[in-house]
Design a protein. Structure first.
Length: 175
């Protein structure tokens, strides 16, 4: 994964009142979280934290995270723990430094203009599926193949996030 190219984009981004907002999108298992964690000192918000049982609440993400941060205010939001599938409690993200919003729908059309840097992480379907199964267990294979991956494909076809990215990186080698 070309972390250096991403770090260069982040370094070149003009901070807005001391804040550089970065969006990292990509299919599940592509390497988005790995890339976000490779940005030194970044505060990371995952779209997974905005899961509400049937989908991601992008409007709430925009209202509770993006808009306050862009206004110079801390973002306060009720976080959902994807792994535990349970509420995690309130999180606070300060409007300073680099804040990364990462997730499948992080480059959603309603969020794109807020980012100083937009990155799409790509990886072949078989790599993404293998990572999903490794993380979630073999019992999740059907959910990945029959539910998640088709939903993600529909999102990408309908919302067209890839052309909005300043950079597309290959996440094949990340783990």
């Amino acid at each position: 994964m070309d972390v250096a190219a991403v770090l260069e984009l982040v370094a070149r981004a003009r901070p807005r009142d001391g804040l550089v907002l970065v969006g990292i999108g990509g299919h599940g298992g592509a390497g988005k979280t790995t890339l976000a964690r490779a940005i030194p000192g970044a505060q990371i918000v995952s779209t997974d934290e905005f899961w509400h049982g049937s989908g991601f609440d992008i409007d709430r993400l925009r209202r509770e995270v993006v808009e306050p941060l862009r206004s110079g205010e801390p973002a306060r939001f009720a976080s959902f723990d994807w792994k535990a599938q349970a509420p995690r409690g309130e999180r606070v993200v300060e409007p300073r430094g680099v804040v990364v919003i990462e997730g499948v729908c992080a480059l959603h059309r309603t969020l794109r203009d807020a980012y100083a840097v937009r990155v799409w992480v790509d990886a072949p379907r078989d790599v993404r599926l293998a990572r999903g199964i490794a993380r979630d267990g073999e019992e999740a294979r059907s959910r990945w193949e029959d539910v998640w991956m088709p939903q993600e494909d529909r999102y990408v076809a309908e919302d067209d996030p890839i052309p909005s990215a300043h950079l597309v990186v290959d996440g094949s080698e990340s783990s």
